[in-house]
Design a protein around this ligand. Structure first.
Ligand SMILES: Cc1cc2nc3c(=O)[nH]c(=O)nc-3n(C[C@H](O)[C@H](O)[C@H](O)COP(=O)(O)OP(=O)(O)OC[C@H]3O[C@@H](n4cnc5c(N)ncnc54)[C@H](O)[C@@H]3O)c2cc1C
Length: 377
C-alpha cells in the first residue's frame, strides 16, 4: 500500500506527537499520525499513558549545566503558562474532562539533608522569575493538613499544576478525529529521504509518503540513533483515598503524590535507566507506598487500584531534542520526566519551526548539535 498526499507525517502518537498534530491541523496543515502503541505484532508502549501528569517546572533542573538548566526551566515555564488556556480550550473543543488542576505543589523535607537542595531550587526558580519559596513544616500543614508532623520544611510552588495524562491523550485523539486527521496504527521500521520528501516503511512492508516528517516516537522507537534517546523505566501505583485528603501534588523523598478525580491518588515513581520492560516489581510498589505513608500517614492501608510502569524518553543530558537532523527530519524527542508539562510548548515551538515562523521560546539549546558534529547526520 502506498498512501500519498500528507504534508506532514508525525511518527508517534504520545502526548508530544498528538499535541503537535493538533496545533498543525489548526494551522491548516494536512497531517497524518503514525503510532505503534496499538500496532498488532510489535506494539511500542507510550510513556504518556504511564505519566502522573505533574506540570512542575519548579522542581527539575538543578542537576544540569547552568545554561541548559535555565533554558529547560524557561521551556517548562512556557509549558506551564500555556497549560491553563490549553486545558480549557481542549475541554471545550472536545467536551472531555482532562482533570487540569492549577493547585500548586509542595516538596517536603524531613531534615537538613532534604531541605538544603530545596532551598537552592527555590532560589534558582525565583531568580528566573518563577514562583517558589520555602515555608515551615507548620505552614505546609496549614496548606495540607494530612502531612506528617515529621515534615520540617517545604518548597511551595503555588503556580505548578497537574493534569490527567490518560484523559489528555483521549481528548487530543478526539480533537484530531473530529478534524478527520488520518491516524495509522503502524510500527514504522524506516523513515527515509525520497525525492523531495520522505518514505515511511512499516514493519509489515506498508509504505507511506509525506513532504515532511516529525519523529516524536518516544523512548524505544528503533528510529533514532542508539544512545541519543533511551528508556528510563518508571513504576507507579494508584490507590483509593477519600476525596479532599490532599488538594495539591506533594513531593516527598522517594515518592510523589498526585490526587486525581474520583478519589484516585497516583504515587510515583521509580527510575531505572536502560530498562525497557514494563514489569512492576512488588518491591517498587512497597517502596513508593512506604515513602508516601511517611509523608501522609493517612495513606496507610489504602486499597490499591492499579500498578503500572512506563518508559520515559531519556537523553544523555536530560534535556529534550527539538530541531532537525541532517536528513531534514524534524525531531521532538527526549522529554524524559516532563513530556506532559512540555507538550503545549513543544507543539507551539515545533509547529513554528515546521511552518517557518519564529518560535516564542528559543529551542536552539535543545538542538541535536549539542551532542557533537556526528549527530547532525
Ligand atoms: C511513571 C512516569 C511518570 C511520569 N510523570 C510525569 C509527570 O508527572 N509530568 C510530566 O510532564 N511527564 C511525566 N512523565 C514523562 C512523560 O510521560 C513523557 O515525557 C512523555 O509521555 C513523552 O511523550 P512522547 O509523546 O514523547 O512519548 P510516548 O508517550 O512514549 O509516545 C511515543 C509514541 O511513539 C510510538 N512509536 C514509537 N516508535 C514507533 C515506530 N517505530 N513507529 C510508529 N510509532 C512509534 C509509540 O507507540 C508511542 O505511542 C512520566 C513518565 C513515567 C514513565
Amino acid at each position: 500500500m502506498s498512501v500519498k498526499g500528507f504534508d506532514i507525517a508525525i511518527v508517534g502518537g504520545g502526548v508530544i506527537g498528538l499535541a503537535l498534530a493538533r496545533t498543525l491541523v489548526r494551522e491548516g496543515a494536512r497531517v497524518a499520525v503514525f503510532d505503534a502503541a496499538e500496532a498488532g505484532g510489535g506494539a511500542i508502549p507510550s510513556a504518556s499513558h504511564a505519566a502522573a501528569g505533574m506540570l512542575a517546572p519548579s522542581f527539575e533542573y538543578g542537576e544540569l549545566p547552568a545554561a541548559l538548566s535555565q533554558a529547560l526551566y524557561r521551556f517548562g515555564a512556557r509549558g506551564l503558562a500555556l497549560w491553563r488556556e490549553y486545558a480549557a480550550a481542549l475541554e471545550e473543543e472536545t467536551g472531555l474532562f482532562i482533570d487540569y488542576r492549577p493547585d500548586g505543589m509542595l516538596a517536603v523535607a524531613y531534615g537538613e539533608n532534604d531541605s538544603a537542595p530545596l532551598e537552592v531550587q527555590a532560589s534558582m526558580v525565583s531568580a528566573l522569575g518563577g514562583a517558589a519559596k520555602m515555608i515551615s513544616g507548620d505552614e505546609a500543614r496549614v496548606l495540607e493538613p494530612a502531612l506528617s508532623e515529621a515534615v520540617i520544611a517545604a518548597l511551595h510552588a503555588p503556580q505548578d499544576a497537574q493534569v490527567d495524562p490518560r484523559r489528555l491523550v483521549k481528548a487530543l485523539k478526539a480533537s484530531l478525529a473530529e478534524k478527520k486527521t488520518p491516524s495509522f496504527a503502524v510500527r514504522l521500521a524506516r523513515v527515509d529521504r525520497k525525492d523531495a520528501g520522505y518514505e515511511l516503511v512499516g514493519a509489515n512492508g506498508e509504505r507511506f509518503e509525506a513532504d515532511k516528517v516529525v519523529l516524536a516516537a518516544g523512548a524505544v522507537s528503533g528510529l533514532v540513533p542508539m544512545g541519543l534517546v533511551y528508556p528510563v523505566k518508571g513504576a507507579a501505583v494508584a490507590i483509593a483515598v477519600k476525596d479532599g485528603l490532599l488538594s495539591r501534588v506533594v513531593r516527598a523523598p522517594g515518592a510523589y503524590l498526585c490526587p486525581k478525580a474520583d478519589g484516585r491518588l497516583v504515587i510515583g515513581a521509580t527510575e531505572e535507566i536502560g530498562r525497557d520492560d514494563l514489569e512492576v516489581e512488588p518491591a517498587a510498589v512497597t517502596g513508593l507506598r512506604t515513602n508516601g505513608v511517611k509523608a501522609v500517614p493517612a495513606l496507610a492501608g489504602a486499597p490499591e487500584i492499579e500498578r503500572w510502569a512506563g518508559l520515559r524518553p531519556g537523553t544523555p543530558d536530560g534535556a529534550p531534542i527539538l530541531g532537525q537532523d541532517g536528513e531534514g527530519r524534524f525531531l521532538a524527542l527526549g522529554h524524559y520526566r516532563n513530556g506532559i508539562l512540555h507538550a503545549p510548548a513543544a507543539a507551539e515551538a515545533m509547529a513554528a519551526l515546521i511552518l517557518g515562523r519564529e518560535a516564542p521560546v528559543d529551542i536552539a539549546p535543545f538542538g541535536l548539535g549539542r551532542f557533537g558534529p556526528a549527530q547532525h547526520g
